[in-house]
Write a protein that binds this ligand. Sequence first.
Ligand SMILES: Cc1cc2nc3c(=O)[nH]c(=O)nc-3n(C[C@H](O)[C@H](O)[C@H](O)COP(=O)(O)OP(=O)(O)OC[C@H]3O[C@@H](n4cnc5c(N)ncnc54)[C@H](O)[C@@H]3O)c2cc1C
Length: 386
Amino acid sequence: MTLHKKKIVIAGAGIGGLAAAACLQKAGFNVELFERAGELRTAGSGLSLMANALTALADMGIRPDFKDAQEFELLRFLTQRGRPIRNIEFGALTRRIGQPNLAIHRATLQRALLEQTAGCKIELGVKATGYVHDRNGVVVTLSDGREVFADVLIGADGFNSNIRACMVGQERPNDWRYIIWRATLPFSHSRVTPGYVAHYWGRGQRFGLADIGGGNVYWWGTRNMSPELANNWRGGKAEIQKLYADWADEVQEVIAATPEEGISAIAAQDKSFLENWGDGPVTLLGDAAHPMLTSFGQGAGLAVEDAAVLAHCLTTIEDTKTALRTYENRRRDRARAMVEGSRALSRIEQLENPLSTFARSLYFRFVPARSLSRKNEMSLVFPGVE
Ligand SMILES: Cc1cc2nc3c(=O)[nH]c(=O)nc-3n(C[C@H](O)[C@H](O)[C@H](O)COP(=O)(O)OP(=O)(O)OC[C@H]3O[C@@H](n4cnc5c(N)ncnc54)[C@H](O)[C@@H]3O)c2cc1C
């Protein structure tokens, strides 16, 4: 292992920040993380972590123990009543890639990544508020008044990144005019077999249900509404139950089984794509660099891919700024494609007009398997660290 003297500060110990810390620590850098939250998340929702993310980690020699996660090989698209529209099979592709797709609790994912960061200094309850840089490096300002010097600053501080704001100024997020509710809970149902992942499509509304292992499921539901309502939603479980009253039994039952306080709501938002996310010895990663809608289920996956490519560039290219610009150049096109792909799919998923939703079902029933496989392949095959 090469021992690099460079000091790298990471703002944010979310999925991307922890993955970057793991990869950089393993490569011999001196890594320090600052996380705004007072403790690393133990609650929260579930997510899919696809084969591309696991390949990226494996390429950097990181093999976290995801023992509580659930592998899945099939994604079912169903009508709101639960009738099949189309199944998407991942098995052949993931076997070829040599990595599975996982449905996982966010806390399980963060815990597994955290275990890979032994030796990194992690300070909780401290926010990165900004930075200034000169030819020697970068000074990071912290919410407790300290200033910390680093050779490299990585802004992995998520959707509302302070580091991004310091780089490009304040931006207005794009509102996509719908809300997302989500929850995880212990749940069983005869239809929810091991590895069950299903998306139910309604009109202006959809629902996702996934087995995340250990007898737990993750669900999310969406509903078209104005940005004002979506950003300030004050409704409760009863209102959600009413919206899904005539949906498949398992949908109604899982909502009914969820404690009111276990449901969180978030407005569907992304930001205009940022073509350049670097500034001298500073770069961005994950949602801070390319926040995207959830439709592709690849936000966390891309954050992990970023981490691997960034660590590889810093390890193999001596000049820091060249390494950072190379990382950004290698990631830009793929990130842009995912952001745009998620928007396109989201528009289709949230269609409300009865004719359009009928045409959507027809299209998905009959679109050639070849065309779907190409799209899956583009998403699930990690293009590599080079
Ligand atoms: C409803 C929903 C469903 C999703 N489903 C999926 C899915 O199925 N699959 C998938 O791959 N992705 C999914 N995503 C996207 C995924 O959650 C994100 O893309 C992913 O978490 C990005 O990782 P990140 O590390 O960039 O940001 P985050 O995971 O958000 O981490 C950012 C971290 O930075 C900390 N922080 C913030 N500001 C500061 C600061 N100033 N200083 C220090 N720390 C700070 C935060 O507390 C947080 O810990 C979903 C997102 C949503 C909203």
